[in-house]
Structure formats: C-alpha cells, structure tokens
Design a protein around this ligand. Structure first.
Ligand SMILES: Nc1ncnc2c1ncn2[C@@H]1O[C@H](COP(=O)(O)OP(=O)(O)O)[C@@H](O)[C@H]1O
Ligand SMILES: [Mg+2]
Length: 171
C-alpha cells in the first residue's frame, strides 16, 4: 500500500472559502462561543463538523451548543449509538459521533442518508470516519488543546452557509 491510500478524500482537502481563528481561555469562552453560534439563524440547516484529538473539547462544545439552543434534560452522548437526536424549540438536531463507524452499510440501514436529507442541524465528531458518505461540511471547527483549559480554535467555512455563519460570528 502506498501513502496515497491514506490521503483524505478530495472534498475534505478542498481549501475553505473563509476561515477564522480564536483562543478560548477556558470552558466559559467555549460556552460563550456556543451561545453566539446558537443565535445565528443560518445554523438551523447547517452541517457542522468537529475536529480534534480526544479531550480537545468537541463533545463539551456540542453540549454547550445544545443547551444554548434550548435542549432540556439530560444530554446523552452518541458514542455507542453513533447518532443521538435532540429536539430544541422549532429545531431538530442530530449529534453524530463517527468514532466507531466502520460499516458503510450502516449509512443506509440506520437512516443516516435520510437524516442528512432532512432539515435541521447536524453536528459530527470524527467526521473523517464517514467522509466518503457525508456531504461537505458547511462549517468545520478544529479544536486543539494548548493546556488543561485553553483551546486554539480554527473555524473553516466550506459553503456559502458556512460563510454566513462566520460572518455572523464576526459581527
Ligand atoms: N476551553 C475548554 N473548552 C472545552 N473543554 C474544555 C475546555 N477547558 C477544559 N475543558 C475540558 O476538556 C475536556 C474535553 O472533553 P470532551 O469534550 O469530551 O472532548 P472530545 O469530545 O473532543 O473528546 C472536558 O473535560 C472539558 O471540561
Ligand atoms: Mg467526544
């Protein structure tokens, strides 16, 4: 096998239309970002991917975002189910964690194709593991732990919808 086999699909390596960097000094900054993102109307039909090592803060950001969107009650993490559906007022949300996704048949069988064809917010951790099947992300959020509390953040827009989100965040 050559190195080429390990390259990511071409859609993922396409350059972003626009990007933005930030530093979160602690989880309060992560929560504040989640509230600003949740306030943007364009988020309602977005596909947002979350990138970063274990412990980078992907699930933490999703939880703050779900709360900011008005999801109530216990927030389950999808690790074993691959996807966890949530309901916010007037908004369907699906939180994927593709970490254990390895059978492409599951894409059809579990109805993931239908979910991506439906209106609503789709959030995905470990999107690389399903990159051949998912649409390109509107917004990709890359998290990198600098130390216990601080996170270096890179936001990349790959679609006009993602650009609208970045512009909303900068406004
Ligand atoms: N600024 C921050 N943003 C997000 N998480 C943070 C931050 N600072 C510390 N943390 C902690 O880092 C951990 C991140 O874990 P988690 O969200 O499960 O990561 P991942 O889903 O990327 O594996 C949590 O224990 C969280 O409390
Ligand atoms: Mg996680």
């Amino acid at each position: 096998m050559t190195a080429a086999h390990h390259h990511r699909p071409i859609v993922e390596s396409a350059p972003p239309l626009q990007s933005l960097q930030a530093l979160w000094r602690g989880e309060d900054d992560t929560a504040a970002f989640a509230r600003r993102l949740a306030a943007l109307p364009a988020l309602a039909n977005a596909y947002v991917t979350l990138h970063g090592d274990l412990g980078a803060g992907k699930t933490t950001l999703v939880r703050h975002l779900l709360r900011a969107l008005g999801v109530q009650g216990r927030i389950k993490s999808p690790t074993y189910a691959v996807v966890e559906p949530h309901e916010a007022p007037g908004l369907a949300i699906w939180h994927f964690d593709f970490y254990r996704f390895d059978d492409p048949r599951e894409w059809e069988d579990a109805g993931f194709r239908d979910i991506f064809a439906s209106p609503g917010l789709k959030l995905a951790e470990w999107p690389e593991k399903a990159a051949a099947l998912t649409p390109p992300a509107d917004l990709a959020i890359h998290l990198e732990a600098i130390d216990e509390m601080q996170r270096h953040v890179t936001l990349k827009a790959f679609t006009p919808l993602g650009q609208a989100l970045l512009q909303g965040l900068q406004a």
